[in-house]
Ligand binder design. Structure first.
Ligand SMILES: NC(=O)c1ccc[n+]([C@@H]2O[C@H](COP(=O)([O-])OP(=O)(O)OC[C@H]3O[C@@H](n4cnc5c(N)ncnc54)[C@H](OP(=O)(O)O)[C@@H]3O)[C@@H](O)[C@H]2O)c1
Length: 256
């Protein structure tokens, strides 16, 4: 049976993480590097990405920065060329970049709708398609799409966000079925609330208490929780898993 842990190693793998400048994307990028992968980090803020690149290089892994707006398809095409020129392959894509507006559905504007859908759904699909086509050529690849507990449950103020995340999980199933013959595995990672910089002002007081009351394990998700799940979904250990949404939610969905 050999060393079981080797199944979880990412040595010599190349991973691309969108939205890697802060929050969950940054932590997953560092976590995958810790498991042995070389990492391309991308988002709009170059300075922040350079800091993440330095941290990854400090861990002895290769890293590179690609500045892009994920809502622009021409940027994703540029990313694809960059990855192939610099690394020659891509084994893992973490589709993490996202944008959220929290407000009552009655008040949502067209501009907010467009921005959320363009970044969190259109951008995610075209990253799957354009980066996934490199994986198709290779005959192997792992795509992990960031979904959410709100793909399967509701909370006031998150109607559009929940709709997008339900779409992300559904799209994940559809692409998994369509691309399995090409060796491309597509899964989703669905955390409950995580205390990232963009969520800090929201996850306080009564809102935080209400969220915690829905989590049987009675705490928020942490970076460690998400890194461990990402390593599993990125590694050969999960090669027979595709089309799955993995809830990392302390039992939220089970209890709803
Ligand atoms: N935090 C939570 O509680 C939670 C729970 C469940 C699921 N999620 C999901 O997990 C993912 C990350 O969440 P987070 O809380 O870490 O978010 P975040 O802190 O807001 O970070 C979002 C990331 O996306 C990047 N980004 C935003 N707009 C972009 C664009 N147009 N083009 C390229 N990159 C863009 C940002 O980088 P730049 O500003 O540098 O572009 C940033 O790195 C999202 O998909 C979110 O929906 C989060």
């Amino acid at each position: 049976m050999g060393n079981r842990l080797s199944q979880f190693e990412l040595t010599d793998k190349v991973a691309l993480v969108t939205g890697a400048s802060e929050g969950i994307g940054k932590d997953i990028a560092l976590g995958l590097a810790g498991a042995g992968a070389d990492i391309i980090v991308s988002s709009r803020r170059e300075e922040k990405l350079k800091e993440v690149k330095s941290e990854i290089e400090g861990m002895g892994r290769k890293s590179d920065v690609f500045v892009m707006d994920v809502s622009r398809i021409s940027d994703i095409e540029g990313l694809s060329d960059f990855v192939q020129n610099r690394f020659g392959k891509v084994d893992i894509l973490i589709n993490n970049a996202g944008f959220t507006v929290t407000k009552p559905a009655w008040d949502m504007t067209e501009e907010e709708w467009d921005r959320m859908v363009d970044i969190s759904f259109k951008g995610l699909f075209f990253c799957c398609q354009i980066i996934g086509s490199i994986m198709k050529e290779q005959g192997y690849g792992k795509i992990i799409n960031l979904s959410s507990t709100f793909s399967r449950s509701i909370i006031p103020g998150r109607s559009v966000y929940g709709g997008i995340k339900a779409g992300v999980s559904h799209l994940t199933e559809a692409l998994a079925a369509e691309w399995a013959p090409d060796g491309v595995r597509v899964n989703a990672l669905a955390p409950t609330a995580v205390l990232t910089p963009s969520r800090a002002s929201l996850l306080q007081g009564e809102v935080l208490e209400k969220i915690l009351s829905r989590i049987p394990l009675n705490r928020l998700a942490t970076s460690e929780d998400l890194i461990n799940a990402s390593i599993y979904l990125s590694s050969p250990a999960s090669d027979f898993v595709t089309g799955h949404t993995l809830f990392v939610d302390g039992g939220w969905i089970a209890a709803s």
